[in-house]
Design a protein around this ligand. Structure first.
Ligand SMILES: *Cc1c(COP(=O)(O)O)cnc(C)c1O
Length: 401
């Protein structure tokens, strides 16, 4: 079918709605994915389709075997950076989680997950045919995961089906409250029971130092577009030697007529994953990522500062564990909520007031509970955000000290 010129017009000159130059974007999922200069340049160089495949080695035709650009080296460096034995780049963190679930479990098996896990963790388990058991959290206002309860949940599964869960899974830093979990505790439990431990570092790896060995992780999953200054879609699955044969099992299928076989290809990756620009952005930003994780303490102190300041506004309270150990902040705001009840723009007023002040990223319509992320903001920008909130509070007669 021909598509009319009019209908195609909207695809010309596509522009970003909120550019980094014009707005302070505090959208939680977007702070860690802002590209470096190097990555921006690399995108132009490698924008064409399968742009990294020029020199794919004919005998071991696989993305991780390409040496120019240095993808093979990159995978080794990635693994080392995460304190793991091997790594592969995949399309998204959720794909990494799915691959781990699929390759470690069999249909009907259980996987134990924390109750603050990302929705995609639940879907990954569902698609892999696994059942889940959730580890409880403390509820309002901390929502702290009871890490020792992994023990009970393992026992529960054993009692119920007579065998161990296929894996235990912990979200290192959750997307709801930005709580940082002490992964070592779960790593130790996993080791006691001899069950593989998957640690989801979507919000941690790439912004803070991660040592998988020290935490006792068998698999680490990461999100390039969330936390590694890379374009979507990019993710990382890193794993230890002991699980290599399972996670990156080779293809065994054979054509019934042709006897064709593809024994070089890694099954769960369907051969190759990210074969162009997004992978290159991940690589181009890597030197900066290696450096920036060393500045994590400074990033956390900005988050703590902003929480300390905003809690001076009447009715504002940080949810999740205090003090903040991560830059994702969840606030409860009875006072802004009260304003929304009688405002003609309802809950949208807060978003609109902030936008007028060139701050975006708080979900339109939310006032009672909202999230944002200070990662990578300068101190000047952090103070600007504080002043904007103070200013809006004053405008609506909400006091602050
Ligand atoms: C953002 C997030 C994901 C999803 O990451 P993708 O790379 O988009 O798949 C998974 N888990 C957690 C904890 C997240 O915060």
């Amino acid at each position: 079918m021909r598509i009319s010129k009019d209908r195609l017009e909207k695809y010309r000159n596509l522009r970003r709605i909120f550019s980094e130059e014009d707005y302070i974007n505090i959208q939680p999922i977007q702070r860690g994915g802002v590209l470096t200069e190097e990555a921006m340049k690399a995108i132009l160089e490698f924008g064409d389709g399968y742009s990294v495949c020029d020199l794919c080695p004919p005998k071991s035709a696989r993305l991780d075997m390409i040496t120019s650009p240095p993808i093979k080296d990159f995978y080794h460096d990635l693994a080392e950076f995460l304190g793991m034995d091997s790594a592969r780049v995949v399309t998204r963190c959720r794909e990494a989680v799915f691959i781990a679930f699929k390759m470690l479990g069999r249909a009907g098996d259980y996987v134990i997950i924390d109750s603050n896990a990302h929705y995609s963790t639940y879907l990954a388990a569902e698609l892999a045919g696994l059942r889940i058991k959730e580890v409880p959290n403390s509820g309002y206002p901390e929502f702290k995961i009871d890490l020792e309860a992994y023990n009970e949940k393992i026992q529960e599964v054993k009692k119920e089906i007579g065998s161990s869960p296929a894996a235990i899974f912990l979200t290192h830093v959750d997307y709801l409250y930005g709580n940082l979990n002490d992964a070592k505790i779960v790593g130790r439990i996993a080791k006691d029971y001899g069950i593989p431990f998957i640690l989801n570092c979507a919000y941690s790896a790439g912004v803070m130092p991660i040592d998988g060995k020290e935490m006792g992780a068998d698999v680490i999953t990461c999100s390039g577009h969330k936390s590694w200054a890379a374009s979507a879609p990019t993710g990382i699955i890193a794993f230890n030697k002991s699980l290599e044969e399972k996670i990156v099992m080779r293809s065994k299928i054979e054509g019934d007529l042709t006897k064709r076989k593809f024994g070089v290809k890694e099954l769960a990756l369907l051969g190759c994953t990210v074969m162009g620009a997004p992978l290159i952005t991940l690589m181009a930003s890597f030197p900066e990522v290696v450096k920036r994780v060393e500045r994590w303490d400074e990033e956390v102190s900005k988050a703590r500062y902003l929480v300390f300041e905003l809690e001076k506004i009447e009715g504002i309270k940080q949810l999740g564990i205090k003090p903040k150990m991560h830059t994702l902040i969840h606030l409860e705001s009875e006072s802004f909520y009260k304003v929304s009840l009688s405002h003609k723009r309802k809950g949208y007023f807060l978003y609109e007031e902030l936008k007028e002040r060139r701050i975006v990223g708080i979900q339109p319509g939310l006032t009672k509970h909202f999230k944002f992320n200070t990662y990578g903001l300068s101190w000047e920008q952090v103070k600007y955000v504080r002043d904007a909130f103070f200013n809006i509070a004053e405008k609506y007669g909400i006091s602050h000290s």
